[in-house]
Design a protein around this ligand. Structure first.
Ligand SMILES: [Zn+2]
Length: 341
């Protein structure tokens, strides 16, 4: 009942416009939120899509391009007596390649993983977390889609119960769940794509208890090589998330889809790379959860990170009540490169 009253009170607040105030928005840890950075990236992406359209490469419909161009250009914040702001409404486009929306999704992912990990640790303090990056050889544009499918398939093999290989048995014995994200980066130097996996494993404390269970980096490499069925030693990075807190776990769980590096490329190359990524990554899932991560997410009734439409409420700290006294509307001003009230 309280929240309804609160909501209605906020809705009835007068919206302030036209004061000339320049937007400054700080997170709870005092960091300025990078609204302008992401709006500028967003506009560079619009430019690349328009160049593609001029070349008859249609990667986005006109109406979606319109949404992208206006993504986050109008923001309404609630303001409390101390001047603290809380985003109330914004017109996010939800185009998958949009840097503004990717930023919002990545904040959302941080908050979700933090909530999930908090709950996991509440239920069992002894659980440990390991962060791993699993790679394969770089690939060209033509083989990228196959390569991603293969990577996902091989990961399922890695965590499946069917492996009888010694390191696989050690993992199987202690594995409680995982969070997996597929990331694809582009190498400007040799014009190739680099798909790889970022994984957070939740394991029983016994994993570190004795050499009978503990897996050295060498064993992880052997296991990944075995799963891939290749004759080279694949590159992996594996580390224990030492502090083991929910925040530390959430910090490594970044939302993997990032358009930003493409935006720095020269126009023609940017169009090509955007084309490859748009076509190959269409409708693919980037984030998946297994075991304890999945069940706790369901328990907490959290939205699917990739399809969740709400990119306004993304903060982990929703607990604290926000006592708004006014609402302020900011619009992005192209000429000044700033949000102005
Ligand atoms: Zn957007």
């Amino acid at each position: 009942m309280n929240s309804i009253i609160e909501f209605e009170r906020n809705v009835n607040l007068e919206i302030i416009t036209g004061t000339g105030e320049i937007l400054q928005d700080f997170s709870s840890t005092g960091k300025e939120r990078p609204w302008v950075v992401h709006k500028k990236e967003n506009l560079r992406l619009v430019e690349i899509y328009k160049i593609a359209k001029a070349k008859n490469i249609n990667l986005i419909s006109d109406s979606r391009l319109f949404d992208l161009e206006h993504c986050g250009d109008t923001l309404t914040f609630l303001k409390d007596a101390e001047g603290k702001k809380k985003l109330k409404t914004a017109n996010f486009c939800r185009v998958r390649t949009c840097p503004m929306c990717q930023w919002r999704r990545s904040l959302k992912m941080f908050s979700q993983v933090r909530k999930i990990t908090d709950k996991i640790l509440q239920d069992d303090k002894g659980i440990k977390f390991i962060f791993g990056t699993f790679t394969v050889k770089n690939t060209d544009a033509e083989n990228l889609e196959n390569c991603i499918d293969n990577l996902n398939k091989k990961f399922r093999y890695l965590v499946s119960n069917s492996l009888t290989f010694a390191p696989a048995k050690k993992l199987k014995r202690n594995l409680l769940g995982y969070l997996k994200a597929v990331e694809v980066t582009y190498s400007i130097k040799d014009k190739t794509y680099h798909p790889h996996l970022h994984v957070i494993f939740a394991v029983k404390s016994t994993f570190f208890g004795s050499s009978k269970y503990y897996m050295s980096k060498k064993e992880w490499i052997e296991l990944w090589q075995k799963a891939l069925n290749v004759d080279y030693k694949p590159q992996i990075d594996i580390r224990v998330i030492k502090s083991g807190t929910a925040k530390a776990v959430a910090e490594v769980a970044k939302y993997p889809v990032k358009t930003a590096p493409i935006l720095k490329l020269a126009d023609d190359e940017a169009v090509e790379v955007l084309k490859t990524l748009t076509l190959d990554l269409h409708k693919k899932r980037f984030v998946s959860l297994g075991g304890i991560f999945k069940t706790v997410k369901q328990e907490l009734k959290l939205q699917d990170i990739e399809t969740d439409k709400d990119l306004v409420n993304v903060d982990a700290e929703q607990k604290e009540r926000f006592n708004a006294i006014t609402a302020v509307l900011f619009k992005y001003n192209f000429r000044f490169g700033a949000y102005i009230c």
